[in-house]
Ligand binder design. Sequence first.
Ligand code: 9UX
Length: 82
Amino acid sequence: MTSGTPIHSEEMKTMATATITVKGMTCSGCVHAVTRALQAIDGVQKADVDLARECATVTYDAGQISVETLRQAIEEAGYDAL
Ligand code: 9UX
């Protein structure tokens, strides 16, 4: 263990979390498809997709991408992002 290692504070500076309503998911395969589509985006740190609640909770770098980027990816995967 090294003491005095600098913490990479830049990693957190523009992180944001968005919850997007996702319509059209009917099974766990759909959940997986949406999750994969979101996680494939550069700037997405974490994506949790909930089938029953019809939503995707995404933690992303707001300095890199926007909610619109996330919505587009969901739409491109074949689902409706509200
Ligand atoms: Mo299964 Mo979800 O084909 O589209 S992945 S219903």
